[in-house]
Ligand binder design. Sequence first.
Ligand code: ZN
Length: 314
Amino acid sequence: MTQDITLKAAQADTFYYPPEWEPSRGSLDRFQRERGYEHHFGKSRTKNLHKGILVIRFEMPFKVQCLRCETYIGQGTRYDADKKKVGKHFSTPIYEFSMRCGCIVAPDKSADGGVHCNQHFRIRTDPQNSDYLLVEGLRRKVETWDAQDSGSLQLHDAETRAKMDTDPMFKIETNTRNIQKEKSDKERLEDLQELQGEREDSYSLNSMLRRRHRERKAEDQGLAAEEAARRAPRPNFGVALLPPSADDAAEAQGVAFRTDHSKVDAAARVAAKRAAPILARAAARGAAAATPAAVLAAKRQRLAQHARMARLFG
Ligand SMILES: [Zn+2]
């Protein structure tokens, strides 16, 4: 992660050794000053050198977040920082860089009520892990994005690259694996393109769908009409009635029906007598004696009786 820092910060700090310079000619700073290349920090660069502090241009090694104003600070953002040696890891010196957040914020958010956030940052080198340690005022932005999960192209990390450079067998293995992956990716891409090609003719696809929809709708309507016809009440007469005429009315009035009323009364009395004993017998037997067969027989008799009455009076 820290590999991609530009050399600009180093150049700004005049870590450039001109070919004319030799250690016998004194410090690099003085040599450059005498040549007319005054460092842009001027005298403030070495103002606190007696305390072991040198002002340098520091470049943020990775993306971080300020803990006060919560602004994300991108990798490569540059700061004027105090560089100080604070310890050693075996023979390697540990340096500490301190600087202030330069983000413009509201006065109540600022560390000292100024225009800038001015949160104090302290970052140390970590030779043990070849990394930087965020001591104060910052936290590292955690990248949870994974190239493999999202299915995008994954580049080899520095470690793998170094191993590939030194180990030809490892390089071949890695590349072979990649070729296989590329092949399967290519096949998948072709399948997708084919599928897309099939669906590209949207006009015919659309018209086909619409036609099917129309057919289904017509079918539904036909079924509904049949159902309505089935449910509609049937007409009482199969033939249409003619309009009433005066001749028919006169003819109907001319007809006289002759009815023998005494005969009809006698038949009614006989029918009533025939019906009476059946009911009396059924009542006399009682509810306990009434078997289903007997009840059924009584019902049949009654029905026959009613039919006879209907024939006579209906
Ligand atoms: Zn800040």
